[in-house]
Write a protein that binds this ligand. Structure first.
Ligand SMILES: *[C@@H]1O[C@H](CO)[C@@H](O)[C@H](O)[C@H]1NC(C)=O
Ligand SMILES: *[C@@H]1O[C@H](CO)[C@@H](O)[C@H](O)[C@H]1NC(C)=O
Ligand SMILES: *[C@@H]1O[C@H](CO)[C@@H](O)[C@H](O)[C@H]1NC(C)=O
Ligand SMILES: *[C@@H]1O[C@H](CO)[C@@H](O)[C@H](O)[C@H]1NC(C)=O
Ligand SMILES: *[C@@H]1O[C@H](CO)[C@@H](O)[C@H](O)[C@H]1NC(C)=O
Length: 360
């Protein structure tokens, strides 16, 4: 076989092997994102500086009929937290700021608005938990909104300096997951600039940090098994390593935890989600595929979804909802034409939070 035909043959083989285990269907497709702009207020000034090319979804949550997206901070994008309907007549719906434009007034010096949204998560009681990294002048916060009550602000927790540094160069909050215990909701949070895992208790409105000497973290999620719940974490240092720690090690303020090394991905995983059937899904920086691992078996990376070409950092973000659906956005920067899509797939499994709780 000539090298030319060998190349074609190999190419065809690769295409034939492209994995397509998840049956995604397209929900929306955007050539350009747009916002639902307010009329007549100062905020509409943001419209002049808006550039849809800079809208880049980073984290995602779903509750009821809405889908929430955390967007990369860019001066050309007027809000870092938006929502859109899960279904509708438009094939490219506009983005609504969440909860309102007033909480996204740009360049406002006061620290009473949402500054830099990172991880977001919806709990089964209809609260949206929003991690806000803050700015140079405003410290980091955890916001809790009540989606069943007109999106009112239920809680704004400002992290003390001892938990998340008030110096913006010494912190970088990333992601948050929620653990529903018989009498509380706990949030576990990664700060990729500190060798800590941050914990927040809704009942006491207190936060604390647990030291993990020598290691910093990025993506995280919880295993569904309540009795021996593990927090899975990806190491920030581009080591591609996955770790886990029992949540029982995270109870004590000022304590030290020793996450165990589980295995190594082929690439750097920036997002992980675990469903209640013990399947961990992962997405990788600049890669056009998703992988999975069944956490009740020894670590083994398996590709489950692969597409042609995206040429994008953080190409996907995804989440599970109560209807056993996996939702995923895809950003395609290939060929100089920017495109976004929203997909969904019935996967027959839901978030761990919706696994039945034992009666207290
Ligand atoms: C894939 O999903 C679509 C839409 O949800 C459905 O109509 C189709 O039957 C599914 N295909 C397979 C092979 O499951
Ligand atoms: C709107 O802009 C004007 C002029 O820049 C300013 O005086 C006023 O305080 C602003 N209003 C709000 C609600 O920010
Ligand atoms: C939400 O706001 C609307 C209009 O302001 C009001 O009529 C309604 O009662 C509110 N709903 C709840 C659950 O508070
Ligand atoms: C995960 O692995 C366990 C143990 O081998 C197996 O019983 C289970 O069916 C697997 N789950 C899925 C969804 O494949
Ligand atoms: C991304 O866009 C390029 C250029 O338009 C196209 O060739 C490629 O197939 C697209 N990728 C996907 C996964 O649709």
């Amino acid at each position: 076989m000539s090298p030319f035909f060998a190349a074609i043959f190999l190419h065809a083989l690769c295409l034939a092997n492209a994995v397509n285990d998840i049956n995604f269907s397209t929900v929306y497709e955007w050539d350009k994102f747009d916002f639902v702009w307010p009329s007549g207020s100062n905020i509409s000034n943001n419209r002049q500086t808006f550039n849809p090319n800079y809208v880049h979804p980073r984290y995602m949550a779903v509750f009821g009929e809405r889908l929430f997206l955390s967007l990369d901070l860019k001066s050309e994008v007027p809000a870092t937290l938006v929502w859109l309907p899960k279904s509708g007549t438009s094939t490219a719906p506009k983005l609504h700021p969440f909860p309102s434009w007033n909480l996204h007034i740009k360049y406002r010096e006061e620290c009473d608005t949402i500054k830099v949204t990172q991880g977001i998560v919806a709990d089964p009681d209809g609260r949206l938990w929003v991690l806000d990294d803050g700015t140079y002048g405003c410290s980091s916060k955890l916001w809790i909104f009540d989606l069943n009550n007109n999106d009112t602000t239920e809680r704004v927790h400002q992290f003390p300096d001892t938990v998340v540094s008030h110096s913006s160069s010494k912190r970088s909050l990333r992601d948050v997951v929620i653990d529903k215990t018989p009498d509380d909701y706990l949030a576990y949070i990664t700060d990729s600039e500190s060798e800590n895992i941050v914990v927040y208790s809704r009942k006491t409105d207190q936060s604390w940090s647990v030291k993990t000497p020598g290691r910093k973290w990025d993506a995280l999620d919880l295993s569904p098994n309540r009795e021996a719940r593990q927090l899975y974490l990806t190491e920030r240092s581009y080591s591609n390593e996955l770790y886990s720690v029992s949540v029982s090690e995270l109870k004590n303020e000022g304590g030290t935890a020793a996450p165990k090394r589980i295995g190594k991905w082929r690439e750097y995983a920036y997002r992980i989600v675990i469903d209640n059937a013990n399947i961990l899904y992962a997405a990788f920086n600049y890669k056009k595929y998703l992988s999975k691992w069944n956490i009740s078996e020894p670590f083994r990376e398996q590709r489950v979804h692969e597409v042609a070409k995206l040429d994008c950092s953080w190409p996907f973000t995804f989440t599970l909802d109560a209807d056993d659906t996996l939702w995923m956005t895809e950003r395609n920067e290939s060929g100089g034409v920017l495109r976004h899509k929203l997909f969904k797939a019935a996967v027959g499994a839901r978030p761990h939070l919706l696994t039945a709780l034992p009666t207290p």
